[in-house]
Design a protein around this ligand. Structure first.
Ligand code: ADP
Length: 163
């Protein structure tokens, strides 16, 4: 059985992430989404909220599961018996960083190979941080996050004006 992991912060999940999840789920028997629980990053959404939102978005994809993890990605992969690590590439700017991480991970765990899926062009400009920024001012993020979690995202990040 070919098990893949797709690790990330997903703070929050965007349409770019869900596009990668759908396409990656076709390439492996089981895709485990690993939501990084890293308190030093001060995420806007708690790890439980991020896991729940991804579960809502992926509930119709039978071979996808979602869980949180902390520590090294390679240790999470070993624990899950995963041989494939999925990452998304938006632009050349992502490449240098992602290549370095992929090579480090391969050195730490030679049984794990990273595969990169290039983002669909319509999502190439999308990031969780831009969703947080635009949403915090009440801007329209409906084209950026999956509809299943649109309300959850607004409820958390829209800083409504007092009175
Ligand atoms: P990180 O894991 O670096 O904290 P994210 O949680 O935002 O970053 O992203 C997780 C993975 O999804 C990374 O591989 C990232 O390149 C990819 N990704 C982020 N945004 C998009 C997008 N708009 N389209 C495709 N892939 C994306």
């Amino acid at each position: 059985m070919k098990i893949g992991i797709y690790p990330g912060s997903f703070d929050p999940i965007t349409l770019g992430h869900s596009d990668i999840i759908r396409r990656a789920s076709d390439l492996v028997d089981q895709l485990i989404i690993g939501v990084l629980n890293n308190s030093s990053k001060h995420p806007a959404f708690t790890v439980e909220e991020r896991v729940e939102m991804i579960k809502k978005v992926t509930k119709d994809i039978p071979n996808v599961t979602v869980e949180s993890f902390s520590g090294l990605t390679v240790d999470f992969a070993k624990q899950k018996d995963a041989r494939i690590l999925v990452r998304g590439l938006r632009a050349v700017t992502d490449f240098e960083y992602e290549l370095q991480i992929a090579q480090l991970n391969h050195k730490l765990h030679p049984g794990l190979d990273t595969i990169f899926l290039t983002t669909s062009v319509e999502y190439s400009y999308l990031s969780s941080s831009s969703v947080r920024e635009i949403g915090s001012y009440g801007g329209d993020i409906s084209g950026f996050v999956p509809k299943e979690v649109l309300k959850d995202v607004y409820d958390k990040i829209y800083k409504k004006k007092e009175n």
